[in-house]
Ligand binder design. Structure first.
Ligand code: ZN
Length: 634
């Protein structure tokens, strides 16, 4: 996933220097796969007991009722069971019937409701190999966001998408919802015939006549990577293996924006080995999607806020694509190990961007990421959550979503960058390539990674590196190799000129990229006069910007300086966009004053029903929302 940033602006970006042509060890022979971890690591965020019985394959057979906002169907499972019961995760589901392969109904019970949902315990004869669960979703199925036609780009048909990470797939499928449990899946999905369905699987490129679709994911994946979207979708190819899905009015624009996708895929393969999933496509969702992107296998789910019109925000595609290796191929075994997904992915994302756009671009990306990291660590310390600045988290007893901050992303990346600096890029690339090959389609714990790191990188290369300080320690270790950017120094010089009185339109901003504008906006004085704000806006048109990164950074400055003229735009943005990375800093800045707090409450009252449940959960807490009657879908 991209950028979960809580409470500080922008995120998820970051650097490295390139030695083009060092090529990477792409000729290295494939190592033998390692022994899998199973059974298994204790996952405190799942009720499943995989050492007793676990699922190995899912045949999902569902009907999507857009009008009733309900999914009804049967989940059929292949099992490996040594005990006489199997435990599933559910949350907000109505279980109608559980039966064996021959149709015999079996007893089941639902446990107490906790933040993990309700455990579904099914009593099975020993040796049971197949089980069917008939169920339907309810109003509290938080993974699902049902959008009315007015909430879509084309405004004609309704839309549905799911968001599984971290523990939400259990809200639309009864499943063993642990990242350490992998299974293959097929699905039959029926939707209204004017709509198309796509999943994290092999997908159609055209609508069927009857609204019936079948899907197949032949590689074992964890439950959080099952995903479904239903809408009036069109498909536009980009390269041989790449393409984009979106609503009709968006798809051409998206295909233009993502023109580099095929090259990105080739660059990724040159770095860390073959792409193992077949096709790589992106679906651009309506603006309420709560994240930048979600790395659902074969089909990244993405926010339309990356359609900047100048291809400047496509690092997000590189990020989600990189997850095809780090995250989807080698997966964090528990949410405590989340940095193994995200830190590796940010590092990999930067390497892809560097290969395509050059070292300067990468330098800026990296410095922005470091700024996010520092801000996040300061905030966590100030809020008494210093232990969440560790890479190896302890999220026991909490919703994992609450601890998924920039630390996993940017500190994780910094650790890999530091290791790279110690051993040199060719050696480090060979190590990573071997790591992905060795543990392909397996789960990884922090402990197991550390053992692998010692054995395959540190010891053979005689490197001194204090792994525990990095993974278990708080804050940023002293030996961290952090990025710098000469181009940002030029930006800082222009800010200095402006604060000394040079008019904005006379500043030397020609050729600046989005990153330079982001750096500029982040480093404007905290307090500015109305004249100064007008001077900037007249010269650069920030309030009218179609680039969400630029616009949000600008709106933050406007809020902090109570610049009334920007409030219409702010209201419109908050009522349209549901990406949490933008909502949190904007609302946070608003509630810093009494006037802003009132405005935040007013806007949130109307906008809340446009947001996905993961954004609502965060914002309800941030705004101390007391409306006792939540929208029905939550
Ligand atoms: Zn990610």
């Amino acid at each position: 996933m991209t950028s979960t940033v809580i409470k500080n602006f922008p995120s998820a970006f970051s650097v490295l220097l390139l030695i083009l042509g060092c090529g990477g060890p792409s000729d290295a022979p494939l190592p033998l796969p390692a022994e899998p971890l199973e059974p298994k690591v204790m996952d405190t965020h799942s009720n499943a007991r995989p050492n007793e019985a676990r699922i190995t394959h899912l045949d999902l057979d569902i009907t999507v009722d857009m009008a009733a906002e309900r999914i009804t169907g049967v989940a059929n499972y292949d099992l490996e069971a040594t005990a006489d019961r199997i435990v599933f995760d559910t949350d907000g589901l109505s279980i109608e019937r559980v039966s064996l392969a021959d149709g015999t109904e079996v007893e089941f019970e639902l446990g107490d409701s906790t933040f993990l949902g309700r455990a579904l315990t099914v009593h099975i004869p020993k040796g049971t190999k197949r089980l069917s669960i008939a169920y339907h979703t309810g109003e509290r199925s938080s993974a699902l966001q049902w959008l009315s036609p007015q909430q879509t780009a084309d405004r004609v048909h309704p839309f549905l998408f799911t968001q599984g990470q971290a523990i939400l797939t259990r809200t639309w499928i009864p499943v063993q919802d642990s990242p350490g449990i992998r299974f293959t899946y097929n699905a039959s999905v029926r939707v209204p015939k004017e709509l198309m369905a796509v999943m994290s699987a092999a997908n159609p490129t055209e609508r069927t006549a009857d609204g019936a679709y079948t899907f197949r994911m032949e590689h074992p994946i964890p439950a959080y990577l099952i995903a479904l979207a239903v809408g009036d979708l069109a498909f536009e190819p980009i390269g041989e293996r790449t393409g984009v899905y979106a609503e009709r009015s968006v798809v051409k624009k998206a295909a233009w924006e993502f023109a580099d996708m095929e090259r990105m895929l080739e660059s990724a393969e040159a770095l860390y080995g073959p792409y193992r999933w077949g096709r790589y496509d992106v679906i651009v969702l309506p603006p309420s999607f709560p994240f930048g992107g979600m790395e659902n296998p074969r089909l990244t789910f993405a926010t339309p806020t990356i359609l900047a019109g100048d291809r400047s925000l496509t690092a997000l595609v590189a990020h989600e694509m990189a997850h095809s290796w780090s995250g989807n191929l080698v997966t964090n075994a528990t949410w405590n190990d989340f940095w193994l997904n995200e830190g590796f992915t940010v590092y990999f994302e930067h390497r892809i961007c560097e290969a395509i756009y050059g070292a300067d671009h990468m330098g800026m990306l990296s410095v922005l990421g470091a700024q996010d990291l520092m801000a996040t660590m300061e905030r966590l310390k100030a809020e008494g959550h210093a232990s969440d600045t560790r890479l190896h988290l302890d999220v026991t007893g909490r919703n994992p979503d609450d601890a998924m901050t920039e630390v996993a992303y940017e500190k994780g990346c910094a650790m890999l960058r530091t290791l790279e600096a110690k051993v040199g890029r060719p050696v480090f690339d060979a190590f990573l390539r071997n790591y992905f090959d060795t543990y392909a389609f397996q789960s990884m714990t922090t402990e197991r990674f550390i053992a692998h790191l010692r054995e395959h990188l540190l010891e053979p290369n005689n490197v001194t590196f204090d792994v525990e300080t990095w993974t278990e320690g708080e804050g940023l270790p002293a030996d961290a190799v952090m990025a710098t950017s000469d181009r940002f120094k030029l930006v800082e010089a222009e800010i200095a000129r402006w604060t000394m009185g040079t008019k904005a339109r006379e500043l030397a901003t020609k050729g600046w990229t989005t990153f330079e504008w982001m750096h500029f906006l982040r480093h404007l004085p905290a307090t500015m006069s109305t004249e100064q704000i007008k001077d900037l806006d007249e010269a650069f048109g920030f309030t009218a910007s179609g680039n969400a990164e630029v616009l949000v950074a600008w709106l933050q400055s406007c809020i902090r300086n109570d610049h009334d003229a920007a409030y219409n735009k702010l209201d419109q943005f908050l009522n349209t966009v549901g990406r949490r990375k933008y909502l949190v800093p904007l609302y946070t800045d608003l509630i810093a004053t009494e006037k802003g707090r009132l405005m935040a409450q007013t806007i949130y009252r109307s906008a809340r029903s446009n947001y996905h449940a993961v954004s609502v959960r965060t914002l309800d807490e941030l705004l101390a929302w007391k409306d006792s009657k939540p929208p029905a879908r939550f």
